[in-house]
Ligand binder design. Structure first.
Ligand SMILES: Nc1nc2c(c(=O)[nH]1)N[C@H]1C(S)=C(S)[C@@H](COP(=O)(O)O)O[C@H]1N2
Ligand SMILES: [Mo]
Length: 425
């Protein structure tokens, strides 16, 4: 091997074997470690000279204590209390695409209720032949489907309209989770109630069993297309906070429509225009008027590491830049990463084929030698849509918006490896 850099694969191999010089930082670290005996290698360790826990020490497992900072967090000043509030998925610390259920963000308007399966009822009424009520056991007897979908609150990134605000991907982009749902197509349940009428102009009003009810109107066409009444997430019963024992899944559309503890679906002749779809979850434009029916979550992405909560601590040399991308319009086709605030772009590697309305993980395997970076990611989806810059989004939407902020995020990575939420213009 020569000391000359021959691109990523050569330098990476040298790093892994500790062979010939690559970048000064890499070599120094590797050789220093090899020079002195490492007690972690030369000494018999405590964990190798005694027994570990027996199999039943934890009947239902939690992450090891060393990972106890990978948790949901809220931002206290955002809401008056935690009952009608939000917390954030620790996306900065996760990899892959499936959100572990125990740290998937929660959003409640009147708290997470405890509803037993025996007390659960789902009513279907309105313009159906036979209004019906299903118990939980009834739901279990319908043919089920499995799908992975992201659920993003429309308010995700909503605090960033006026300027860079929250210092961490968890807080700027953590109102999202991505789970595998097992559920019954809404179509199946409506058919059971005798629905086979006109779809055009018809709506489905859905509400939950909690005090807020969180009622929303969904065009019937969408409800029949791919909505599910989910009874499992990531293979197990829904968690209380995610709507146990059953929630609505509305793929690609804003999280607010994913009614938890779903108790009623009514076919109507028009939208109900409930609180959650009028005074809330609409977007006020610069001229004071509001956008109506903004259901789909447009393509978006964020670099999760490095990021403010994930500084670079390993010194110079190989660096894995990673993040996630998603689109409510279907599949992500490409993600680009910029290190210079959007002047130049490199196409990232997608870890797997992007799923439909599901998160995809991207990586840029690169070299870092202490140079300042203005890290950005830019997602593209199968409709040809390209994630906009903050300036582009503001041009159309003004500064009064809260919801549907899908602009490109910038992290300023400093020479010492720390990162900060900034805006570039
Ligand atoms: N019944 C009910 N459904 C609800 C809510 C609620 O407060 N009550 N919150 C909604 C909002 S605003 C969002 S973003 C999602 C959040 O789902 P999660 O708590 O599983 O993250 O649930 C939606 N469904
Ligand atoms: Mo939400």
């Amino acid at each position: 091997m020569t000391t000359e850099k021959k691109g990523m694969s050569a330098s990476r191999r040298q790093f892994l074997t500790g062979a010939a010089a690559v970048g000064a930082g890499t070599v120094a670290a590797t050789v220093a470690r090899a020079a002195e005996p490492d007690p972690l290698i030369t000494e018999v360790q405590e964990w190798a000279s005694s027994f570990g826990d027996g199999v039943d020490a934890t009947p239902y497992g939690l992450p090891i204590k060393y990972e106890d900072d990978v948790i949901r967090r809220n931002v206290e000043w955002l809401t008056a209390d935690t009952i009608s509030s939000i917390n954030f998925t620790p996306i900065h610390a996760l990899d892959g695409t499936i959100t572990p259920t125990g740290c998937a963000f929660e959003r409640h308007h009147s708290g997470a209720i405890e509803l037993k399966k025996e007390d659960y009822r789902l009513m279907i009424n309105g313009l159906v032949d036979t209004p019906m009520v299903f118990s939980y056991e009834d739901l279990e007897r319908f043919p089920r489907e499995n799908h992975v979908y992201f659920c993003e609150c429309a308010a995700n990134t909503g605090m960033e309209w006026a300027g860079a605000q929250l210092n961490g991907a968890q807080f700027t982009h953590g109102m999202i989770h991505n789970m595998e749902y097992s559920g019954i197509p809404v179509r199946t349940l409506l058919n059971e109630a005798g629905w086979n009428g006109e779809v055009e102009g018809k709506w489905l009003y859905v509400e939950g069993a909690d005090a807020s009810s969180n009622g929303r109107s969904i065009p019937l066409e969408k409800a029949l297309d791919d909505c599910l009444v989910a009874i499992k997430a990531n293979g197990e019963a829904l968690r209380k906070e995610h709507g146990y024992p059953a929630r609505l899944v509305v793929p690609g559309w804003e999280g607010n429509m994913w009614v938890k503890w779903i108790r009623r679906m009514e076919i109507t002749d028009g939208p109900i225009e409930s609180r959650e779809e009028t005074s809330k979850y609409t977007d006020t434009l610069a001229d004071g008027t509001s956008r109506k029916w903004t259901w789909v979550m447009d393509a978006k992405s964020v670099v999760t590491s490095p990021s403010p909560q994930m500084p670079i601590t390993h010194g110079h040399g190989p660096l894995v830049i990673t993040g996630m991308a998603w689109t409510g319009h279907g599949r992500i086709t490409r993600v680009d990463v910029s290190k210079d605030g959007g002047k130049t772009w490199e196409t990232a590697r997608l870890a797997a084929d992007a799923g439909n309305k599901a998160l995809v993980r991207f990586y840029l395997d690169t070299e870092w030698n202490g140079e300042e970076m203005f890290l950005q990611s830019r997602a593209m989806d199968e409709t040809g849509y390209v994630q906009p810059t903050k300036a582009q989004l503001r041009e159309v939407r003004g500064l009064n918006s809260i919801y549907h902020n899908n602009c490109i995020q910038t992290w300023w990575v400093k020479p010492n490896g720390e990162a900060e939420n900034v805006e570039v213009s």
